[in-house]
Design a protein around this ligand. Structure first.
Ligand SMILES: [Cu+2]
Length: 157
């Protein structure tokens, strides 16, 4: 009985020595830093952007509250690089969509909601206006495929 109980600690000691003395693999490349590879700029299947209100054809009075809807993706502020997220951009009276493969323009007709806002209040002049949403990624570029809402046409009294 006694020789067996002595053998086990010796074996463990030898195993420890072997691991410690093993040559370090100095030829293996260091692992690639995760933060250097941005998330893919893609949208998942079924992702959808839509204007909750006002409804298409609505007759409203200014100021107009516009509520943004998003399905299948999450809202994140500009600058936050997380897969399947983005922030809303509201196109006001924009007839032709901007380049959907580049950062979206920013002016009175292309409004960024880079803080992650999901609604806004607009002072629209009386008459007919169109509203349309485009989701942009952390760098304001639409996803692939782009997540663009239906265009809503409203009349402001
Ligand atoms: Cu933006």
């Amino acid at each position: 009985m006694r020789p067996t109980t002595l053998l086990l600690p010796i074996l463990l000691l030898m195993a420890g020595c072997t691991a410690a003395d093993a040559p370090k693999p100095d030829t293996a490349p260091p692992p690639a830093p995760v933060e250097d590879s941005p998330p893919p700029n893609t949208s998942p299947e079924g992702a959808m952007s839509y204007i909750i209100s006002p409804e298409d054809g609505a007759v409203v009075s200014a100021p107009v509250t516009v509520r943004f809807g998003l399905k299948g993706m999450g809202v994140a502020p500009a600058g936050i690089q997380t897969e399947n997220t983005g922030h809303h951009h509201l196109m006001i009276d924009v007839d032709e969509l901007p380049d959907l493969t580049a950062p979206l323009p920013a002016d009175d007709n292309h409004i960024h909601f880079g803080l992650g806002q999901t609604e806004t209040v607009l002072e629209l002049s009386p008459g007919t206006h169109t509203l349309q949403l485009i989701l942009g990624n952390w760098a304001h570029t639409p996803h692939a495929p782009p997540v663009v809402s239906e265009k809503v046409t409203i009349t402001v009294q």
